[in-house]
Design a protein around this ligand. Structure first.
Ligand code: ADP
Ligand code: MG
Length: 681
């Protein structure tokens, strides 16, 4: 019979029940304990006399109980009256154990910690932490740490475990002394000791605000572990061989010749970098970042050309059906006339068609475009040399890995239109090379953004009408309704119906996520061909859709959207030579955050600036999306406040991996242990 596994040798030594609770808060190994830092501290090293206690201030008092009664009105409570030499106080408890009641018996001497209030009946404390003491119990000489604890682990239990771990574990520094001095960081062991047991008189404010040098040291180590891990994964992949993709003909040049536009300087630079990567004997790991409309697709297409003319296949994966299909149509237009065999693979293809496509991918196609369908079992590439992932943040680690697995170490090009601030990029993309398209194609007309309250919705309808009469097309986007997809469809449906009535003589179309693939395709094709003037849509059109004649974007309930989402949506227009606008309809009254966000999108058009401000409002989570799912987030470092630490850690990681690989190992072991592989993608 399979019994419970014995605890690992480095497991926390505690009864099994407690061990399980600790595991829930991420504490598995003895070595995890010192890195579990207090949330705040309470100063129990001093006693405050009652006549010197200010209302609202957390203090410790030492008193003797002279009365203890339980009242039932207005609600059940235990009322304890106690005094020290200077005054009287009432302690009030609304719930308590019998053992606590006993400890508070008349005559008991207790120390209580809590916030004093000056009430009508004199001083009182509600639910103070307290313990009974003897006449001569000495005061603690250190601050009391309060640990972030859930899962029912008592603070005192954690305190004991951590103390023990601090005294027995090897906390030898993993930063080489020279680096430590250069960065002016204190030693690790000293910092941890200090943070767990700050000496009396320590300025608690700088500890609580986490500005203290000891905190900086811990945060630095944490960020360093992340950088080391990502960087090591990057270097490890470089050790693996990859197909050397050297073009054998002029396919790429012929594509460029056929384009109706010239490439921007940024596109040319990106191309050159990618071309260089593909010709290396190790796999490219490059992220191509560029604002909405920067022209990433053609750069990817040219990379595909290089793979194809080197005799290999390329795969191009996009997160939604609409986007994947649009890429397919565009790439087919570009490449088929040049004799390239382009195949399309999506989840909703009919079975027979799918089988044919599967066969084609295996045998014949040179470029395969599709959705997640590309990574299903049964899709076998004969010779996959380059894997391209569009809107990469929409995919999970496992999905990108699965695409890579379809070949033997293919090169990887990932693309993202969600520009993320530099420190965030450094933190999350440390295992990638990054190319930024920092220049939009010329001739784009700036997009005028307007904010309109929803009681002026009819004006917007009039605006749409005028716009269409001028020969242009418009999008009308209905918001995602988190709670209910059914409700979302209903809203889109209703909007479609009202607009059809309000805009007589105009063709209104509707597209949403629930349509069958061929229905969706038909609507999008009609819109692209100009047969539909106004397209009512849910956020399915958020990414990538490209119809240059559409120059008006209306977004309803704009206050419900994320900023990068609004930016993406707005980027659907301004793609042709026509003056373009984006109308954000909002429903008031707006909360402070909503107001701030709409202001940002109204004032800025640069995706990076929008992202930077968004980060400040929302925190990093949403930017990196699926990439970090399951990854232990940074617990202590804050990417905004500690941006300088990220920069430092990045350099140090590089240096340690070459000059001190054993210390790098030890550092990773300490901070991540077995969790390290979770960080890798
Ligand atoms: P994104 O970077 O958002 O994926 P796309 O690749 O979809 O952008 O390009 C947006 C539009 O700009 C497309 O219609 C594309 O054909 C066009 N485009 C790309 N590069 C250029 C360029 N150098 N000059 C003019 N138009 C371009
Ligand atoms: Mg794109």
């Amino acid at each position: 019979m399979a019994g419970a596994l014995p605890p690992a040798p480095d497991a926390i030594r505690a009864p099994e029940a407690l061990r399980k609770k600790l595991a829930k808060i991420g504490l598995h190994r003895e070595a995890d304990l010192p890195l579990h830092l207090p949330l705040r501290y309470e100063d129990e090293t001093r006693i405050t006399l009652l006549n010197q206690a200010f209302s609202g201030e957390p203090v410790q008092i030492e008193v003797v109980v002279h009365d203890n009664e339980v009242q039932f009105r207005p609600r059940k409570q235990m009322i304890v009256r106690a005094a020290d030499d200077s005054g009287e106080i009432t302690l009030r408890f609304f719930s308590y154990y019998p053992s606590q009641q006993a400890a508070l018996a008349v005559g008991s001497r207790i120390r209580a910690f809590g916030e004093v209030r000056g009430g009508f009946f004199g001083l009182e404390m509600v639910h103070p932490r307290f313990h009974k003491i003897a006449d001569d119990t000495p005061l603690p000489t250190e601050m009391t740490p309060v640990y972030p604890s859930t899962a029912g682990v008592a603070n005192s239990a954690l305190l004991k475990l951590v103390s023990k771990a601090l005294s027995v574990l090897d906390l030898a520094d993993t930063l080489p002394p020279a680096i430590r001095q250069r960065l002016k960081l204190p030693g690790l062991a000293r910092s941890l000791q200090f943070l767990h047991r700050p000496p009396p008189g320590t300025d608690l404010d700088s500890l609580h605000a986490r500005h203290h040098p000891a905190w900086r040291r811990v945060k630095f180590d944490e960020v360093l572990a992340q950088q080391l891990s990502l960087r090591r994964a990057y270097l490890a992949r470089r050790e693996q061989g990859a197909p050397v993709l050297v073009a054998q003909d002029d396919l790429g040049a012929r594509l460029v010749d056929r384009l109706p536009f010239g490439l921007t300087g940024a596109q040319l630079r990106a191309m050159a970098e990618i071309a260089g990567d593909l010709a290396q004997p190790y796999p490219m790991q490059r992220l191509l970042q560029g604002d909405v409309g920067a022209g990433k697709t053609i750069v990817a297409a040219l990379a595909a050309c290089q793979a194809i003319s080197a005799g290999w296949q390329a795969a191009f994966m996009a997160p939604t059906e609409i986007l994947a299909e649009q890429h397919y149509l565009k790439l087919r237009d570009w490449l088929e006339p040049l004799g390239v065999r382009v195949a399309w693979l999506s989840g909703s293809l009919k079975t027979k068609a799918k089988r044919e496509h599967l066969a084609a991918t295996a045998a014949d196609a040179q470029l395969v475009v599709g959705t997640h369908a590309l990574i299903q079992d049964g899709v076998d590439f004969a010779k996959l040399g380059l894997a391209i992932v569009d809107e990469q943040h929409r995919f999970g680690v496992a999905q990108r890995l699965a695409l890579r697995k379809k070949g033997s170490n293919p090169h990887q090009l990932m693309m993202s239109a969600t520009p993320i601030p530099r420190t965030l990029a450094m933190s999350y993309y440390a295992d990638l090379d990054v190319t930024v398209l920092d220049e939009l194609p010329p001739g784009r007309t700036p997009i005028k953004t307007r904010l309109v309250a929803d009681n002026r919705r009819q004006d917007v309808v009039g605006f749409v009408k005028k716009h269409v009469e001028e020969g242009r097309q418009a999008y009308w986007v209905c918001p995602l309704i988190e709670e209910s997809e059914a409700l979302q469809l209903q809203t889109a449906q209703e909007t479609y119906e009202t607009l059809s009535v309000d805009l007589p003589g105009l063709t209104v179309g509707l597209v949403h996520g629930r349509l069958k693939a061929d229905e969706k395709q038909a609507v999008m094709a009609a819109f692209a061909a100009g047969d539909i003037s106004v397209l009512v849509a849910t956020t399915v059109i958020e990414v990538g859709v490209d119809v240059p004649n559409a120059s008006l974007m209306v977004i309803e309930h704009a206050e419900r959207f994320g900023l990068s989402q609004l930016h993406q949506l707005r980027g659907r227009v301004g793609r042709g030579p026509y003056e373009s606008s984006c109308v954000l309809i909002y429903a008031g009254p707006l909360g402070e955050v909503a107001r701030q966000r709409l202001k940002i999108i109204f004032e800025h058009t640069d995706g990076f600036e929008i992202a930077r401000q968004d980060l400040q409002i929302r925190g990093p989570g949403e930017f990196v999306g699926a990439r970090q799912s399951g990854v232990p987030l940074l617990r202590y470092a804050d990417l905004e406040m500690d941006a300088d630490l990220v920069e430092m850690a990045r350099e140090v990681a590089e240096e340690m991996l070459t000059a001190h690989p054993d210390l790098a190992d030890k550092h990773l072991q300490r901070w991540l242990g077995s969790r390290e592989e979770l960080l890798r993608s």
